[in-house]
Write a protein that binds this ligand. Structure first.
Ligand code: PLP
Length: 319
């Protein structure tokens, strides 16, 4: 199982390959009334390839390269992990094959191709693309790197927890989006095992809440048709590795409605001057819609910024 020592080792491995992301303090826009306490935005949208995924992918590929042998890797992704794997693979000179859904966001597909990846499309659900990618990996005799259910990926994402502790004095709680749970699994493990006492709150779209469903059922369950604008969070099922981490370390899971995700994406662009994709805006959405109260010492992970420009224009025009 992945532990704090793996997250610490990932931090050392990533040094010089992946920068720390900036963490900025921001006041939520209020219409009249007193100013709210500042919140801290952990800007993973500003990372190379535009999301936190570069951490886990770089850690996993670096470990593979160390042990030698792999001429290429295969993955399944809504797009961000695919770009990150392509980025990491190109750096060590191996090939990357990325299986994306038929409705993948154009910038994510273009990004992976521009980084030299072979892009294959399969179905609309995370289950369909994972099956296809695992079959391809077997056919080609290449390792399959899950976007969330992989120890090195979880450890890499956990480095965000270590950075937050160094960047935010008085950190009391962190809001983290949940797709398959690699991001929150790594962050919560790091924050809890280090003994920080920081609360970790997971955020899911109302229409795609597989972690909340797992918590209620007492174990992973499959959603039939997740529906949300947050394409990175349209995961049908939490992972076998990530579920025990969520169960053990995540204090609370809240859901946010679609209109709050849309408004938060626009608010981040207009008022924080950050381009976030809907999946990256769910944490701010939780504060904006009141699912989580704004209190001092709160950080939101803005997990990615790869939004289709046409969608961003639509959301800004509606704001
Ligand atoms: C921008 C963004 N945020 C959050 C997530 C969710 O990450 P995880 O699957 O590790 O929970 C993803 C996954 O694709 C993503 O692309």
């Amino acid at each position: 199982v992945v532990g704090l020592s793996d997250v610490r080792a990932a931090r050392v491995r990533l040094a010089g390959l992946v920068p720390a992301s900036p963490c900025i303090s921001w006041h939520l826009p209020v219409n009249g009334g007193p100013e709210l306490p500042a919140v801290h935005l952990k800007c993973e949208n500003l990372m190379p390839t535009g999301s936190f995924k570069v951490r886990g992918a770089t850690n996993a590929v670096a470990l593979l390269a160390q042990s030698g042998g792999a001429s290429g890797v295969v993955t399944a992704s809504s797009g961000n992990h695919g770009q990150a794997v392509a980025f990491a693979a190109r750096r060590v000179g191996i090939s990357a094959t990325v299986v994306v859904p038929e409705d993948a966001a154009a910038p994510k597909v273009e990004g992976a191709r521009a980084l030299g990846a072979e892009v294959v499309t399969a179905g609309l659900t995370s289950g369909a693309r994972i099956d296809r990618a695992q079959a391809l990996a077997r056919e080609r005799g290449m390792p399959y790197i899950s976007s969330f259910d992989h120890e090195a990926v979880i450890a890499g994402q956990g480095t965000i927890g270590l950075e937050l502790l160094a960047q935010v004095s008085g950190l009391r709680r962190v809001l983290v989006p949940i797709g398959g749970g690699g991001l929150i699994g790594g962050i919560s493990l790091a924050l809890k095992e280090i003994g920080s006492g920081v609360r970790v709150i997971g955020v899911e779209p109302e229409g795609s809440a597989c972690a909340l469903a797992a918590r209620r059922a007492g174990g992973p369950v499959s959603l039939e048709a997740p529906r949300t604008i947050a394409d990175g969070l349209r995961t049908t099922r939490v992972g076998e590795l990530t579920w025990p981490l969520i169960e053990r370390y995540v204090d609370d899971i809240v859901t946010v409605p679609e209109d709050a995700i849309r408004r938060a994406t626009a608010a981040l662009a207009r008022f924080a001057h950050l381009v976030a994709e809907p999946s990256g805006a769910v944490t701010t959405a939780a504060l904006l819609c009141g699912a989580v109260a704004v209190e001092p010492g709160t950080a939101c992970v803005v997990s990615g910024g790869n939004i289709d420009p046409a969608l961003l224009a639509e959301l800004l025009a509606a704001a």
